[in-house]
Design a protein around this ligand. Structure first.
Ligand code: GUN
Length: 289
């Protein structure tokens, strides 16, 4: 390995920039998180988002709703947040309990506060825009974090063969669009892909985002490839591990992300970047209305 794609270091630099920019803004950017139930992983993510808001001086508000909260109650909290001009960004932490229709909830997030870029309108912008970010100046946080980490480390994706393992709406599919918008040649692999190792071996850039510990092994990686690990898996001994067998793959890769300390902190940095962008837009709108 020549380059450790250090997301912790990169995210700290981004947070410093966000803090400086937001101090000059004239208003305090505000982020709202709605969490329903007690999913342990979600609790950790939400805490980290709150800590990051404090680091950059953002206002934040978290609704921690009980597991048995009804869908209508969640919808009415979303309506409340929509009308609160101190809150410029809103995320509904996933997963939601089974009795709540996730698609309906995502569709009701106000487009102008959708800092996750989950609403179909914002996803559509990502699909139709040829280059760069969506017109609303947001991109989904984890894929945006991957792109930023590559760029900050001098990895040019144009013309490269990128293979993404995982086709989720949160990571695999939007990341494929973002890499395509930057002129990579993109393949998405999934559970029905035939001979996964031979497809991954073709990649100049491998992204693993399935949630399967150490799925990507050294024999699947081309010498000199860039390897990005989005997976966060908790092993029986309590340790975190990614979707890539880091210790074995690091000797073949040109660059690789660690877990933890790779993509995770970048996701949060992008969430705050999106919140700042939305706050800027809403400030302009407030001034002209
Ligand atoms: N659950 C796992 N990742 C995410 C994310 O990026 N946003 C939200 N809202 N929920 C998640």
């Amino acid at each position: 390995m020549k380059v450790l794609l250090d997301g912790k270091k990169a995210s700290e630099a981004i947070l410093d920039k966000i803090r400086l920019e937001s101090e000059k803004l004239g208003i305090t950017p505000g982020l709202c998180v709605i969490m329903v139930g007690n999913d342990p992983a979600s609790s950790v993510y939400v805490k980290n988002k709150e800590k990051a808001c404090e680091k950059v001086g953002f206002y934040h508000k978290t609704y921690r709703l009980m597991e048995d909260t009804t869908q209508d109650q969640v919808l009415s909290v979303i309506q409340e947040v929509k009308e609160d001009c101190k809150l410029h960004g809103l995320i509904v932490q996933l997963p939601l309990p089974d009795h709540i229709n996730e698609e309906l909830i995502i569709n009701s997030i106000p487009v102008e506060k959708d800092v996750d870029c989950f609403h179909p309108f914002n996803v559509g912008c990502l699909l139709t825009k040829k280059k760069g970010d969506a017109p609303l100046a947001v991109a989904p946080c984890t894929p945006a974090g991957v792109m930023e980490l590559l760029e900050m480390n001098g990895v040019d994706v144009a013309g490269k063969r990128a293979v993404i393992v995982g086709r989720s709406n949160i990571v695999g599919k939007p990341l494929a669009l973002m890499l395509l918008n930057r002129d990579a040649t993109v393949t998405i692999c999934h559970s029905r892909t035939k001979d996964l190792p031979s497809v991954v071996r073709e990649a100049d850039i491998v992204v693993a985002a399935v949630g399967s510990p150490k799925l990507v092994t050294a024999d699947m990686v081309k010498e000199g490839a860039v390897v990005v690990d989005v997976g966060v898996n908790r092993l029986e001994d309590g340790k975190l591990c990614g979707d890539v067998d880091f210790d074995a793959v690091k000797d073949k890769a040109y660059a690789i992300t660690p877990v933890p300390g790779g993509v995770g902190p970048m996701t949060i940095a992008m969430l705050l970047k999106n919140t700042l962008s939305m706050a800027k837009r809403q400030r302009v709108c407030n001034k002209t209305s």
